[in-house]
Design a protein around this ligand. Structure first.
Ligand SMILES: Nc1ncnc2c1ncn2[C@@H]1O[C@H](COP(=O)(O)OP(=O)(O)OP(=O)(O)O)[C@@H](O)[C@H]1O
Length: 257
């Protein structure tokens, strides 16, 4: 398949998922462009998590289509999607407290490569070490790189957790509420880091696209190139932060409340 630069990394078409009588996702369509940071916001219960889980292959939608770089991946599971370049972070930390920060990063990449039982062995320092060091510098965590991750503050562990998702050089990273539980004073720093990473990757011509679910509106507005607003399982609006802020329907239904 030929890949044009204009082809979206992710294309979701008329996706639907119901739980009994509840239409959690009711016909959602959007595209994420190469290197784009795309935010998904909406009130509790608007279907964000259901959409996310569909994109990760954790639930199968009732109807609709999900395409990754032009390939129909609607029916694929999490492992297959991961191999195709879909990475993620979780709301809860995934770091191994007894391993150093650097080893956490190396193991994250080994797991992606399918090294079975990698957690049981001491991480071997291969070319992954260089990749880990680049991300350690990018995330400004050089001073704690040889410390055990469990000894770090929650905010620092969160940075390690996010950096781990980038070790496999994913085409698409899904960030699930990256600010949850993070001290508000650190939220701006996370946004700046992700924006800097995106800029560096774009300059290198191999930028990951991000999809971010987050309730912290300042963070979303600061970080994202475009934002999709979901209300009751449907798309209310898609636009730049400025467009979303100025959208009367969104203000009435969500932001203004
Ligand atoms: N496994 C499930 N079984 C039954 N109903 C579900 C299930 N998962 C989600 N729902 C329902 O589907 C709707 C959408 O839920 P979803 O968790 O996707 O929304 P959300 O926007 O992620 O909410 P939040 O911001 O609170 O995480 C809600 O009405 C929810 O109660």
């Amino acid at each position: 398949m030929t890949m044009s630069t204009n082809q979206p990394v992710l294309k979701v078409t008329d996706l639907k998922k119901a739980y009994g009588a509840i239409q959690a996702v009711g016909g959602v369509s959007f595209e994420v462009r190469p290197g784009e940071i795309f935010g998904v916001i909406g009130p509790n219960g608007s279907g964000k998590t259901t959409l996310f889980n569909s994109m990760l292959g954790q639930i199968t939608p009732d109807t609709g289509k999900i395409e990754l770089n032009g390939q129909n991946v609607t029916q694929l599971g999490p492992l297959e999607l991961n191999r195709l370049g879909v990475g993620r972070t979780f709301q809860t930390l995934q770091v191994f407290g007894k391993m150093t920060v650097r080893d956490n990063l190396i193991v994250a990449a080994q797991e992606h490569q399918g090294t079975m039982f990698s957690r049981m062995f001491a991480p071997s320092d291969s070319n992954l070490g260089d990749k880990a060091d680049a991300l350690i510098d990018q995330f400004h965590i050089r001073h704690v790189a040889d410390k055990k991750a469990g000894e770090l503050s929650y905010g620092q562990q969160k940075l390690v957790d996010i950096a781990m998702a980038f070790m496999s050089e994913p085409a698409l990273v899904l960030l699930d509420e990256p600010c949850a539980g993070v001290n508000p004073s650190l939220v701006g720093g996370i946004s700046t880091l992700l924006k800097d990473l995106n800029k560096t990757q774009r300059a290198d011509g191999k930028a990951s696209s991000f999809v971010v679910i987050e309730h912290n509106m300042d963070f979303v507005m600061d970080l994202c190139h475009r934002i999709m607003v979901m209300v009751e399982g449907k798309v209310m609006a898609i636009g730049t932060p400025a467009e979303i802020r100025a959208n009367k329907q969104v203000l009435d239904a969500y932001l203004g409340s």
